[in-house]
Design a protein around this ligand. Structure first.
Ligand SMILES: [Ca+2]
Length: 225
């Protein structure tokens, strides 16, 4: 094996190690709502409603309002959540608030991604997304979606943000802000992962390899005397 081949091999190893570090695990359980009671109970495409307080959605806590497990929208897997289950005007408990807590390291950065969608009037679906712990709120933002702009009714779009944890336990909470909506805001594929912090040894190997490659290239390009 030549020196250059060896360096290329080492670079590939360091790069793949860095990439695998980035492919972090989901800190949430049942983030895609596939472990719920939805379709089986409904006997096929359809929905199932839950009112707060409820722990019927495994790993999640419904703290207020109502939600529905849907099976006939284009999310991830076969099930997702309609965050406004049965709205108040229809005699329901209104927009839902769904949360899950997980362990975090104070000062560490976390990436959150989720899918959001909607259908039927009103076309604008809004949802507050917050991360809080016993000490303070690390993140709070209102996500708004014009569901008439979706390529296909029922399509969901990817959303993401990052937060720095203030507490050893953080609670991610989704709260629908739409009280006269049948379909949406829809929620699916919620993933929380620790931001990749590459091992110093991997970075050192990567930088050293790049340095040697650069030196080899310069040496090869040097005019022969
Ligand atoms: Ca799903």
């Amino acid at each position: 094996m030549t020196t250059t081949a060896w360096i290329h091999g080492a670079l590939a190893l360091a790069t793949s190690t860095l990439l695998s570090t980035a492919q972090a695990n989901n800190l949430l359980s049942n983030g895609s709502f596939e472990a719920t009671l939805g379709p089986a109970n409904g006997g096929g495409p359809g929905y199932l409603s839950f009112n707060a307080p409820s722990q019927s959605i495994p790993a999640w806590l419904l703290t207020s309002g109502s939600i529905e497990v849907f099976t006939d929208f284009l999310g991830s897997g076969t099930q997702l959540i309609d965050m406004t289950g049965v709205h108040s005007a229809a005699g329901g408990a209104g927009p839902g608030s769904l949360q899950q807590s997980f362990a975090t390291t104070v000062g560490a950065t976390y990436n959150v991604s989720f899918m959001m969608g909607g259908g039927n009037a009103p076309v604008i679906k809004t949802m507050e997304v917050a991360v809080s712990g016993p000490v303070s709120t690390a993140y709070s933002q209102i996500f708004s979606l014009d569901s008439s702009q979706l390529p296909t009714p029922g399509t969901l779009t990817q959303q993401q943000f990052s937060f720095i944890a203030n507490d050893a336990t953080s609670t991610l909470r989704f709260t629908s802000l739409v009280n006269d909506s049948w379909d949406g805001p829809l929620l699916d594929a919620v993933v929380v992962s620790a931001a990749a912090v590459p091992e110093p040894a991997n970075w050192a190997l990567l930088l050293a390899g790049l340095g040697v490659l650069s030196w080899l290239r310069r040496r090869n390009q040097a005019p022969s005397s």
